[in-house]
Design a protein around this ligand. Structure first.
Ligand SMILES: Nc1ccn([C@@H]2O[C@H](COP(=O)(O)OP(=O)(O)OP(=O)(O)O)[C@@H](O)[C@H]2O)c(=O)n1
Ligand SMILES: C[C@](O)(CO)[C@H](O)COP(=O)(O)O
Length: 248
């Protein structure tokens, strides 16, 4: 476990403002339930489970900001943990930036954690924090891949797509969250415009664009992203296994 008495203060920013288009019609994904509890609440608890995290900033769907504030106001969290709720933006990157803007002075380490990864274990959270405190500016948890990956030339619709390359699988990692950063590095990374105008699919990608090093620590299979309906089935099964194993 990470020691909360260390001088560096750690906040977690949780982007939760997505629609959940791949999940299909319904409420914004972070507000859908797993075992009767909103996905977002699971994610907030997962961050607050770390002794090092003193602040959780939730970036909510703009139209649901007030209801998310109410939802989280009633949540029992450790005394050390404050929660702030701010409205999100058009895409993940913009939502993270809005979360960063809400951070108070004194926070030196920032985790960015998808609401859509509600079941990440605390040991993974602590391993990321530890690596930042040990001097890394950007840390991502990740797992080796089970599938072979092909790079293709994307074609129109469902037309067959020519394969361009097969990257060596043993060098590839599937990246999860929370991603951990030295605050100044993350803020700088979010301030840089890419020459192509394209966004990045994760915060660490923005740090890479700065030319700063990013390191990988072991991820966890339970930190998977709830993206499609089948992921809900898996998440419910993980929760059932936890309840059976330790009365969670
Ligand atoms: N405008 C956005 C878009 C995404 N996110 C958040 O970024 C995380 C990762 O995004 P993803 O899993 O893709 O969620 P959605 O954008 O909701 O999913 P989809 O792409 O299927 O709509 C999620 O916690 C999501 O709420 C966000 O805060 N603001
Ligand atoms: C940040 C992330 O979860 C790392 O794997 C992923 O890139 C988010 O992608 P999404 O398309 O916004 O779900």
């Amino acid at each position: 476990m990470t020691d909360a008495s260390q001088p560096s203060r750690t906040a977690a920013v949780i982007p939760a403002a997505g629609r959940g288009v791949r999940m299909g019609p319904g409420a914004p994904k972070a507000l859908r339930t797993l075992n009767g509890t909103p996905i977002l609440v699971h994610a907030v608890r997962a961050m607050a489970a770390s002794n090092a995290v003193t602040l959780v900033v939730v970036v909510a769907p703009p139209e649901d900001t007030a209801s998310v504030r109410n939802l989280l106001a009633d949540l029992a969290l450790p005394d050390r943990t404050d929660v702030l709720v701010v409205p999100g933006g058009e895409n993940r990157q913009e939502s993270v930036r809005l979360g960063l803007d809400a951070l108070p002075e004194g926070i030196t380490t920032v985790l960015v954690h998808d609401a859509a990864r509600p079941l990440v274990p605390v040991d993974t959270v602590d391993a990321v924090i530890e690596a930042v405190r040990d001097g890394a500016r950007a840390v991502v948890p990740a797992l080796p891949l089970a599938d072979t990956v092909k790079e293709v030339e994307p074609g129109p619709g469902n037309a067959p797509e020519p394969v361009v390359a097969t990257p060596e699988r043993s060098r590839l990692r599937a990246v999860q969250t929370p991603q951990g950063f030295d605050r100044a590095t993350l803020v700088r990374a979010h301030g840089v415009r890419s020459p192509s105008g394209e966004g990045a699919t994760d915060c660490a990608g923005l740090v890479e664009r700065l030319g700063e090093p990013v390191v990988v620590v072991p991820g966890h299979e339970e930190a998977f992203k709830v993206t499609r309906p089948l992921d809900l089935v898996l998440a419910e099964a993980v929760l059932a296994r936890r309840r059976a194993n330790d009365g969670f």
